[in-house]
Design a protein around this ligand. Structure first.
Ligand code: PMP
Length: 322
């Protein structure tokens, strides 16, 4: 089946999904986006989108920072995204990318209000982003995380992804699987497209939202299930760089990364270098939850192949499938 893309409120073949060369989202990085995963459940023959409304709410918050409005309520957008996945007929783990962006400029300059607000989304099959069956070797990057009052890390702004891209690329060129980024104060912020958790004294520790992190939806999920299902104490507190080298366990987490165990940091082995007990239990729990197999957390999974969220007021054009 040919790929279908959502452009505003229309589903179009990908060959027709084009943007103009003057689009500000492209020229100056004035865009906000989300990375969302959908998981295929074989037994139910169903594709479940993980925490879709939460992602779209974060998109709305990111958009507000750039003086941008989304075209509809969160539930309208849930339905548009669900429809997109359905029309693409995906029957495997997949990735969904909605983008709200500034379109053609009314005047040249850097006034965010001088351009139109646009919206699009596309999706594609996606397996692992980072290996989860082995541990990673990560390095602390010399590129520091952008500061909140320079360009907010809490928003997924297209242009600001130059920052983790530099850290990731240079880390890979140095032979690491991924990079950890410090704040401009020198404390630990996060991975390049993931949040960091460490285990210290049997407790789960992660940097707070004031440490120039993207407040990850996976991070929130892990904090909740670690407390609820594993009875762990979870602390949000500042982590020094040197503390990283003596933790009991460490892992990265994110929509793409899922839960990826860290076995070495800057060449120093973490515990015995294998996937830690708490990390492994969280990986197992998480895999069940995202595939819609855990009834307690089923409300986090939006089924694609049924009309779970009717939005009669929205005029959706028919899919054009060639
Ligand atoms: N930090 C950054 C910089 C990211 O890009 C991501 C991926 N969205 C994350 C953390 C993890 O966030 P989430 O769990 O919401 O995917």
């Amino acid at each position: 089946m040919n790929e279908v893309v959502l452009m505003g409120d229309k589903y179009v073949p990908s060959s027709e999904a084009t943007i103009g060369v003057r689009t500000m989202g492209f020229n100056s990085g004035w865009s906000v986006f989300e990375g969302i995963r959908a998981y295929w459940n074989d037994a139910e023959e169903q594709l479940f989108v993980f925490r879709l409304p939460e992602h779209l709410e974060r998109l709305r918050n990111s958009a507000a920072i750039l003086h941008m409005e989304l075209p509809g309520t969160t539930m309208d957008l849930v339905e548009r995204c669900r429809g997109l996945l359905e029309r693409n007929g995906l029957r495997e783990d997949s990735y969904l990318r909605p983008i709200a962006y500034k379109g053609l400029p009314i005047k040249l300059g850097v006034n965010l209000l001088d351009a139109t607000d646009e919206f699009l989304a596309y999706c594609f099959p996606q397996g692992r982003y980072l290996p989860t069956e082995r541990t990673l070797h990560v390095g602390v990057s010399s590129w520091v995380r952008i500061q909140d009052n320079a360009a907010p890390a809490r928003a997924k702004i297209g242009g600001t992804y130059v920052n983790p891209a530099l850290a990731k690329t240079d880390g890979l060129l140095q032979g690491f699987d991924d990079s950890l980024m410090l704040t401009s104060e020198g404390t630990v912020a996060e991975g390049t497209t993931s949040n960091l958790f460490v285990v210290v004294g049997g407790e789960l520790v992660t940097p707070p939202s004031t440490e120039d992190i993207l407040v990850g939806i996976t991070r929130g999920t892990i904090m909740e299930i670690a407390r609820e299902e594993l009875g762990l104490t979870v602390r949000e507190r500042v982590i020094d760089r040197s503390e990283l080298y003596s933790v009991q366990e460490a892992f990265l987490c994110g929509t793409g990364a899922e839960i990826a165990s860290i076995g070495r940091i800057d060449g120093r082995q973490i515990a015995d270098g294998t996937i830690g007990t708490i990390t492994r239990r969280l990986q197992e729990l998480y895999a069940g939850i995202v595939h819609g197999k855990n009834p307690k957390y089923r409300h986090w999974c939006t089924p694609v192949h049924q009309n779970a969220y009717p939005t009669p007021e929205l005029e959706l054009s028919d899919t054009v499938v060639k």
